[in-house]
Design a protein around this ligand. Sequence first.
Ligand code: MRU
Ligand code: ZN
Length: 215
Amino acid sequence: MSNITLEMKQEAYQTLRVIKETFAARHWFPGTSGNLSVRVGDILDGQFQFAITASGKDKSVHTPEDYLLVDEAGVPTEQTGLKPSAETLIHCEIYKQTGCGAIFHVHTVFNSLVSERYGDLGTVPIQGVELIKAFNIWEENARIEVPIVPNFAHIPSIVPHVSEKLNPTIPGILLRNHGIYAWGANSFEAKRHLEAFEFLFEYVYRMELLKATSL
Ligand SMILES: CSC[C@@H](O)[C@@H](O)C(=O)COP(=O)(O)O
Ligand SMILES: [Zn+2]
């Protein structure tokens, strides 16, 4: 599509590169897991493009073949031998539902454990923890519920669950025993949200353990 300039594309790739390096240093991409995307340009009549990590790459290293541009259907918009992330359709759906500007997905032990622990409930309830303010929720003793959707090897089967359970006031969704998708208006906000979720999941895990061991 012609409205994306080379500069816009390069800026998006550079943004992903910096985020990727930062998260890799935290060991947030074990075993090639995780994927990152940023929208490039506006959403016009439901059409948009975003830069996304290529599938199956070692996200702890940089190569000239780490990213590509896709459209709102997840189809590459340029000639490339690269395959977009296997989970591109989840990114497409989140962009469509929220109009956000960046989406980051990581697998961590804490987000996986917590998603499994609360999987049958369908949400992770969290109340009264300061980091909830990172989601722009400022009320006293705020309570949030982070949605959890089932995980399937067949990614298109996950998408309707994301559409159904996505809560526009909570910028993240857990895939059960898989990982989290967090998003924001831009990469700065998506990073803030992801960091807050990870803090809160570790808090929930440790608090449960504390309660269980101090009985
Ligand atoms: C290698 S385990 C992780 C994958 O199955 C998947 O969940 C993931 O997050 C990365 O897939 P990718 O296609 O590289 O974006
Ligand atoms: Zn994943």
